[in-house]
Design a protein around this ligand. Structure first.
Ligand code: FES
Ligand code: FES
Length: 153
């Protein structure tokens, strides 16, 4: 079945089983490998993308849910004001360790800052609770989100 949606601002159509998770549609059918597979069960956040601006777990969301909707991935963050502020703050704060979780972390942080330009520590902890980092970069993630918020103020 052909599923049509807007991907990073571009009209996109893909011929897949509508039950295919968005994660695998992005990675296998569209060659967008910035979005990572971690647990496959909505537990780790590695696969986080935005669906109409909301952070979602693409490993458990069927591509049929994206029909006519807007998907945004890590590949488009540098072209977005908030996404770019988050990426720049990530670099300044040297957040990434192995890097595997970081695409998902940046997508969750960007969704948070789009809705709340001055998040408190507890706002950050709540928004980022579903994104697990095996390397334990949580302190730098929190610092980078505060840093990005300052540059957007
Ligand atoms: S791979 Fe989707 S939440 Fe872990
Ligand atoms: S930086 Fe290694 S899992 Fe997060």
């Amino acid at each position: 079945m052909t599923v049509k949606f807007t991907l990073n601002g571009k009209p996109t159509s893909v011929d897949v089983d509508p039950a295919t998770p968005i994660l695998w549609t992005l990675r296998d059918s569209l060659g967008m490998t910035g979005t990572k597979f971690g647990c496959g069960m909505a537990l780790c956040g590695a696969c986080t993308v935005h669906l109409n601006g909301q952070a979602i777990r693409s490993c458990i969301t069927p591509v049929s849910a994206a029909e006519g909707q807007k998907i945004t991935t890590i590949e488009a963050q540098a072209a977005d004001k908030v996404g770019k502020a988050v990426e720049d703050a990530w670099v300044r704060n040297d957040v990434a360790q192995c890097g595997y979780c970081q695409s998902g972390q940046i997508m969750s942080a960007t969704a948070l800052l789009k809705n709340n330009r001055a998040p408190s520590d507890s706002d950050i902890d709540a928004a980022m609770a579903g994104n697990i980092c095996r390397c334990g970069t949580y302190v730098r993630i929190r610092a980078a989100i505060h840093d990005a918020a300052k540059t957007l103020a």
